[in-house]
Design a binder for this molecule. Structure first.
Ligand code: NDP
Ligand code: MG
Length: 392
């Protein structure tokens, strides 16, 4: 059949690299017509990917990297581009399917552009839904494309949702590994370094989400992501700690049935599912060996040691731009933690203080309102971090 045209926003990241691995497994250039790929700092990898998979255009978000990218692609006929506007243009170029795998709010504008023109979106970049919520979902609906989750929990829920039974969904249960600090006290967590916090027990992922797994801020984002993806009420969203990361999430129905999706902790299953939906591709990933696994464990999450979960409940209850505010404040706090400016536990304190200060901020009626609330939350977070540093 015809090759499927695709673009990958964030091809040089953990999800991006796994996406190209899946594409290679499914026939590479013979099956997929790669339009645009985008990166930020990793120009060598971006250029190698573009050559290997025959991309039409490679884009770096950072204009300072334009010359290096152009040189790396010299003589290949592959176009080079740079800057935030070039990202949006790349996302707007004809591609039937777009993998949204940029990290953070930086991915919102290009992913919205892809959604608005009706591309099918495979969404890893959960911050789009956390920040822009209904507006993002609305843009997808207006555009007429499909929105297929790549986040493993949301892919599991998507796969466990029976067609025409959405009215019978009582709850969803997001599983959480609990991260490297699952059994640690707050005192133990207070002084951890980035090196310690990023070492996830089960999954290999980018830095931001690895730290977010340790603080459970990633689960907080996923609760809000689930609300918008599946149109749920806050009380329908549960979190359970499941240290083995074998059950990727579950859907509970009105008759008491619970459907789950299981698999090895390998993002390529969810990526392949989104990429070939509604088919299931043959993938070379590890098969579950239940006898070897022997057991699956569950624990209630602890919102005292992991306040991010409580903040997500607050954001869900308040609605409006609180998701955008929580996410933006945490992005700034995450940068400050990585730079050694604040401690691990202070990240949630910063997010909470900004959320409180902006609790009565008006809801967004246009995407510009989201960007404006995001910018204000960043300014406030930076101020709080500077104050904390002075006090330390
Ligand atoms: P990575 O940090 O590994 O990759 C991020 C990608 O975004 C890279 O291509 C990076 O470019 C690019 N990027 C970074 N900053 C910018 C910017 N300012 N503007 C444009 N592009 C930028 O992240 P992950 O792949 O781990 O995560 C991507 C998204 O997927 C996140 O939203 C994450 O929450 C989600 N996700 C990830 C999972 C995983 O297993 N990794 C699982 C579930 C969801 P470069 O590297 O060239 O600098
Ligand atoms: Mg996840």
């Amino acid at each position: 059949g015809a090759r499927r045209s695709i673009s990958i926003l964030g091809s040089t990241g953990s999800i991006g690299v796994n996406t190209l691995d899946v594409i290679a497994q499914l026939g590479g250039r013979d099956t997929f017509d790669l339009m645009a790929i985008t990166g930020n700092s990793n120009i060598g990898l971006l250029a190698r990917q573009a050559r290997e998979f025959g991309a039409r255009i490679a884009v770096t978000a950072d204009e300072a990297n334009y010359a290096a990218l152009k040189e790396a692609l010299a003589g290949t006929g592959i176009e080079a581009a740079a800057g935030r506007q070039a990202l949006v243009e790349a996302a707007s170029a004809e591609a039937g399917w777009v993998m949204a795998a940029i990290v953070g709010t930086a991915g919102l504008a290009p992913t919205l552009a892809a959604a608005a023109r009706g591309a099918d979106i495979a969404l890893a970049n959960k911050e789009c839904l956390v920040s822009a919520g209904n507006l993002f979902v609305h843009a997808v609906k207006e555009g007429g494309g499909r929105l297929i989750p790549v986040d493993s929990e949301h892919s599991a829920i998507f796969q466990s949702l029976e067609d025409d039974q959405h009215h019978a969904v009582e709850r969803i249960v997001l599983t959480a590994s609990g991260g490297p600090f699952r059994t640690w006290s707050q005192e133990q967590m207070a002084d951890v370094t980035v090196e310690v916090a990023k070492a996830h027990p089960n999954w290999s992922m980018g830095l931001k989400i690895s730290i977010g797994s340790a603080s459970m801020f990633n689960k907080a984002l996923e609760m809000i992501e689930a609300k918008h993806l599946f149109d749920l009420k806050p009380e329908q969203i549960e979190v359970i700690v499941h240290p083995q990361s074998i059950i990727h999430s579950m859907v509970g129905y009105a008759d008491g049935s619970v459907l789950a999706q299981l698999g090895s902790p390998d993002m390529r299953t969810a990526i392949g599912y989104a990429l070939t939906y509604p088919d299931r591709p043959r993938l070379n990933v590890e098969r579950l060996d239940f006898a070897k696994l022997a057991r699956l464990d569950f624990e209630a999450p602890d919102e005292v040691r992991f306040p991010a979960l409580r903040l997500a409940r607050t954001a869900l209850a308040r609605g409006g731009v609180q998701g955008a505010v929580m996410n933006a404040a945490e992005e700034i706090a995450f940068d400050a933690f990585c730079a050694g400016r604040i401690g691990f536990l202070a990240m949630a304190d910063v997010a909470e203080e900004v959320m409180e200060a902006m609790a009565s901020h008006p809801a967004a009626t246009a995407i510009e309102d989201v960007f404006e609330a995001d910018a204000e939350a960043r300014r406030r977070a930076a101020g709080i971090i500077a104050r904390k540093e002075m006090a330390a």
